[in-house]
Ligand binder design. Structure first.
Ligand SMILES: Cc1cc2nc3c(=O)[nH]c(=O)nc-3n(C[C@H](O)[C@H](O)[C@H](O)COP(=O)(O)O)c2cc1C
Length: 193
């Protein structure tokens, strides 16, 4: 493999790609959804995730008040709704109504779920780490919902989910997953001694 000549570009959060998740909360009795790209899996057992929410977001209030939220994995076909939920605040309008989302609930009444999204996770807040601009919300994943049409032989079929991802600066665009390039936990075995 060839060595690549480098230039420095300062402190940049260049992590590619990021998920484009719809975070659901209940605020003043109303379901609200906010786009969050700064999210990740955080723990295996129990399954946990984390999401970085700027303190000024309306969503931050719902997380504080309800101690629960949802993570809705949107499909590539939902780019318009995902972007809208990332540029408008639930403090000013009913984003769920504007997007035509059908909201349903599972086990947590403070974790509204979007029926039109292929995958939905119900989460309860475990810990909040306050960082300079964002609250890193660490949560237990309590239940998962998947659309029946995204299953093949009873298993989640990621090709059918067709999740939307966000490609951050300088592109600032939404994309879908591309081709498989190799098998995980397998293709590296040939480098073992
Ligand atoms: C692609 C995309 C990703 C975003 N990711 C985040 C994020 O990870 N954390 C965050 O605090 N805001 C993020 N935002 C901004 C919020 O979604 C936006 O401020 C939204 O209006 C907040 O909604 P709310 O006020 O109803 O909570 C993102 C916006 C877009 C378009």
């Amino acid at each position: 493999m060839a060595i690549r000549k480098k230039v420095t570009k300062g402190s940049q959060a260049w992590v590619y790609p990021l998920p484009a998740l719809l975070i659901g909360t209940v605020i003043d009795g109303k379901a609200n959804f906010m786009t969050a790209a700064w999210g990740s899996v955080a723990n295996a057992e129990p399954p946990m995730l984390c999401v970085a929410i700027r303190r000024s977001r309306h969503t931050r209030k719902g997380i504080e008040a309800g101690a629960a939220f949802s993570v809705n994995v949107a499909a590539a076909s939902q780019a318009r709704e995902v972007d809208f939920c990332g540029i408008e605040s639930g403090a000013n309008l009913d984003k769920a109504a504007r997007c035509g989302f059908t909201v349903f609930y599972g086990m947590h009444d403070k974790a509204p779920l979007i029926a039109e999204c292929p995958v939905n996770l119900e989460c309860t807040v475990a810990q909040i780490v306050e960082l300079p601009t964002h609250s890193l919300v660490i949560a237990d994943i309590r239940e998962s919902h998947v659309s029946e049409d995204c299953l093949t032989d009873g298993k989640l079929d990621i090709a059918k989910v067709d999740p939307i991802v966000y490609v951050t600066s300088p592109a600032r665009k939404y994309a879908r997953l591309g081709d498989w390039v190799a098998d995980g936990f397998s293709t590296g075995l040939s480098l073992k001694t």
